[in-house]
Every structure is written in C-alpha cells, then in structure tokens.
Design a binder for this molecule. Structure first.
Ligand code: SF4
Length: 283
C-alpha cells in the first residue's frame, strides 16, 4: 500500500506545516492496528481507543479529519490568516492535549481558537485567553513560565494538562453537538490514560461535554445533570470505584476577562483549590 494516513490528508500547508515536539516523526505516523484508518472517516476518532499512551493518542488525533465543516474552517482560517500573523504557517490541524502526561489535574476548555491553537498547534497558545490562563498557571506553580507564545518556547507544565472536548477550531467558537459527539473519543481516551483526580472545566460548554463523555465511559452522572457555575464542585464515581472531582470556572475568553466577570484572583483560587484536592500542595 503506498500512501499512509498523512498522504490522504488535505494538501493545504503541505510539508511546510510545523512539526511539534511531540511529533518526532512528523506526519504519517501510525500506531499498530490503525494503519488503514482513514482520518476522514466519521469513525476515525474511535481509533483513540487503540492508543496505549498519551503520546500515541496525541499522534493519532493530529491526523483527524472526521468533521468536514471544521476541517474546512480550520484550513480556511490558515489561508486567510489574521494580518498580524500573515507570515506564519498555521498548524490548521487538531490540537492535542498539552502538558504533563501523568497529570493529577486536567483543565478542559472548549475548542482551539482560530488564530491561537489553530495557528500554533498548542492548546491555549498564542491568544489572549491563553495569556490569561498561563499567567495564572505560573502564579499557582503549574507552569514553568508565565507566557505561552509558540510550541517551541520551552514552556512546561507540571501536574496539570490542558485539553478540550473539541480539537478543531470551530466557526464563531461554536462547535455543533454532532461535532462534540464525534470528537468525544479523543477526550474519553485521554481521561482514561491520564486518569486525573480533578478536572477544572472552563465554561458551560466544556462542562456539558465532559459530563456527556464521562457518562459514555460508565461514570455515574446524576440526572438532572449537575449545573455549571463558577466555583461549582462535584465529585463523581466511575468504573472501578474511581472518583473524580469537577471544578467549574468561567471560561478564560476575553468576553469574561475583559469585563471582569473572571478576574485573575478568581482563576487562581480555582487552580489552588484543584491543587489542594489533588494533593499537590508542594508545587
Ligand atoms: S473536531 Fe475532533 S473529531 Fe472533528 S475533525 Fe477535529 S479532531 Fe476530528
């Protein structure tokens, strides 16, 4: 068989697209058992279940093209670009999770921003939301530096990992329910592999998406579903009597941070609470 997965991808950007640190082999990497999977197949996200490690999961997700609307948008944005980034080559692919693969805390957002993670290839990197979040992660001891500008900037996270229920930038920052469902296996497998104690959920969309994913994975999720709110705290029981505490936090979007709905102190307090619940007080 000639081409691999990478050969069947859309051609935009070609081999000029940046290779990220977690991609030593660049495009076309395969995990045993999924070499024939077509990234455009709506069932492709189910290959997440074959990933035995977080690194394998990250390598699989970046090839995904299962949502035609989102693939078209992420690539259109990469062609049109924002004037400030006109000389950059956009990532224009799904953004994998970023941070500690054995994190005790997972931070779940919404989806990559068109000119943020869709440009840089790293969650929350290169936009105002990320500026706000990483400054707080640095103040609370999780991030090695207060800024996150590009994938090779040396930033590391300790004890914490960033991810999202939808991995491709959606138009108007609004994924459709069917796209959230299709993308669910990536988050589901990440939850299994990382196995965190605490999930900080940024915003109501992430909260709803996470509860749906956990229910699909066999976690006991009450009906009616626990309501999202800033400071909401819910502990769920899952397969094997595992427990997981969800902490709600307003999203770090400019809509919230510019208006003062979410202040640095409010975000710091949620992260400190997560750190305490996860037993990472020594960070
Ligand atoms: S949103 Fe998720 S399922 Fe859809 S193309 Fe992107 S990675 Fe694949």
């Amino acid at each position: 068989m000639s081409g691999g997965v990478g050969d069947r991808l859309p051609t935009l950007g070609g081999d000029a697209r940046p290779r990220l640190p977690w991609q030593p082999g660049g495009r076309g990497r395969h995990h045993d058992g999924v070499t024939d999977a077509d990234p455009r197949d709506p069932a492709y996200p189910r290959t997440a279940g074959t990933a035995g490690t977080v690194a394998e999961l990250d390598a699989l997700v970046v090839d995904c093209c299962a949502c035609p609307r989102l693939v078209a948008w992420r690539e259109e944005v990469a062609v049109v670009k924002r004037a400030a980034f006109r000389d950059e080559t956009y990532w224009a692919r799904p953004a994998p999770g970023f941070g500690d693969a054995s994190a005790r805390i997972l931070v779940v957002g919404l989806a990559p921003a068109a000119h943020g993670a869709n440009r840089t290839g790293r969650m929350f990197t290169g936009d105002r939301s990320g500026d706000f979040l990483f400054a707080s992660l640095h103040r609370t001891g999780f991030a090695s530096q207060p800024t996150s500008t590009h994938a090779g900037d040396g930033l590391t996270l300790t004890g914490l990992r960033l991810t999202a229920p939808v991995r491709c930038a959606p138009p108007a920052n609004l994924p459709r329910p069917d796209e959230r469902r299709r993308c669910g296996p990536w988050l589901g497998r990440e939850l299994e592999l990382v196995d965190p104690d605490v999930v900080v959920v940024l915003g109501g969309f992430g909260w709803t998406a996470l509860l749906a994913t956990l229910a699909e994975q066999g976690w006991v999720v009450p009906r009616p579903r626990p309501r999202f709110g800033h400071g909401a705290e819910v502990t769920l029981t899952g397969p094997g009597a595992r427990t997981l505490t969800l902490l709600g936090c307003f999203h770090v979007s400019q809509q919230n941070t510019f208006t003062g709905r979410l202040t640095p102190a409010m975000l710091d307090a949620v992260l400190v609470r997560a750190r305490d619940l996860a037993g990472l007080a020594g960070l």
